[in-house]
Design a protein around this ligand. Structure first.
Ligand code: HMG
Ligand code: MG
Length: 299
């Protein structure tokens, strides 16, 4: 398959990135990060989560963050919602797009959202109904598509019916998450072959954590499978609080650099993106996790 001319990047740093930080991060710093990403030309930004603050304390201020960010027309500012309560809170905060999240492994589903896979899918039905009523678009996630921190191996055949169900209930896109970053390019290609037989590839996205250093290779493998949407995290921020040891997503800067090298358009300005990553990294008191950013600044 030939490579696409355009790819859409879903910036998950303010959510997937910052949700995993142990230190407190002020609303002002979160707002600044989102505004910096807007200025860099990022077309889709996952700003926060409307989840239980007992489960993920870092996302507690998401409504306040939404109230203060500078929203540009044409840019999607999204949030995670695990249940109807989360959806209603998101709606009250003016959110126009939410993401629901399921898992391909039962153990991870229990640890992350305290219910079985099938209960989680049932829980999404009223969210989908309410979303339709309010004109809110819903994206779906599946975690642990290439491995689970508790159950080990996960097969593509486990993932496909869940992706199909999310699509059938109304998710316009389903993002397949390698939560612990153990996937390799061959497994990634097979995953999209199997899931792509159930859900059109134009409605699938790749979400690769870089724990084992495979994320860019997995993106490339996905491109060869006809996948054109990828989640990434500025400065390589993050991980998942319920997947111990999992590192951040593929760094947006590194992904953008690779895509530019392939002649693929994203609409994002690399220098501004690097600056956004440098600023939040300084707030967190560390160097950027993006190799491109480190190379450019001689760090
Ligand atoms: P639960 O304890 O079973 O929920 O948690 P519950 O319905 O029994 O409620 C317990 C308490 O939480 C109650 O408060 C509720 O009001 C409150 P209390 O009476 O004890 O004071 N509550 C809420 N508060 C705020 N917002 C809400 C909400 N819902 C209930 N929406 C629940 C179930 C789903 C709420 C919980 O497990 C949860 O919030 N989990 C979120 C976990 C999470 O955010 N994980 C990280 C995101 S997923 C991820 O990172 C993977 C991804 O990146 C893809 C990949 O990499 O694989 C997407
Ligand atoms: Mg993730």
């Amino acid at each position: 398959m030939s490579l696409p001319t355009h790819v859409r990047l879903v910036e998950v740093g303010p959510r997937d990135g910052l949700q995993n930080e142990a230190q407190p991060i002020s609303v002002t710093d979160k707002v600044r990060l989102v505004d910096d990403l807007t200025d860099a030309g990022v077309a889709y930004i996952e700003v926060g989560s409307f989840v239980s603050p007992k489960w993920v304390p870092q996302m507690a201020g998401s409504a306040e963050v939404f109230a203060h960010i500078r929203q540009q027309p044409g840019i999607t500012y999204a949030a995670l919602a695990p249940n109807l309560r989360g959806f209603e809170d998101a709606l009250a905060a003016g959110v126009k797009e939410v993401a629901v999240f399921a898992a391909a492994s039962e153990a991870f589903s229990q640890r992350n959202i305290n219910c079985s896979i099938s209960d989680s899918l049932q829980r999404f039905v009223p969210i989908m109904d309410a979303a339709r009523q309010h004109g809110v678009r819903v994206r779906g996630y599946i975690s642990c598509v290439l491995g689970c921190p508790y159950e080990g191996q996960v097969s593509a055949e486990q993932v496909a019916p869940i992706a199909r169900e999310l699509r059938d209930m109304g998710c316009y896109e389903v993002s397949l998450g390698d939560t612990i970053g153990t996937g390799t390019p061959g497994a990634t290609r097979r995953l999209f072959e199997v899931v792509g037989a159930q859900v059109p590839r134009a409605e699938l996205a790749g979400h690769f954590h870089d724990t084992y250093g495979q994320a860019l290779a997995n993106v490339y493998a996905s491109l060869l499978e006809g996948i054109n949407v990828f989640d990434s995290s500025v400065a390589g921020l993050g991980g998942c609080p319920y997947a111990k040891g999992a590192s951040g997503n593929v760094a947006s800067e590194d992904l953008l650099y690779m895509l530019q090298g392939l002649g693929i358009e994203t609409g994002i300005d690399l220098d501004r993106l690097i600056a956004a990553g440098q600023r939040i990294s300084a707030v967190l008191g560390r160097t950027s996790g993006a190799r491109v950013a480190r190379a450019r600044s001689g760090q």
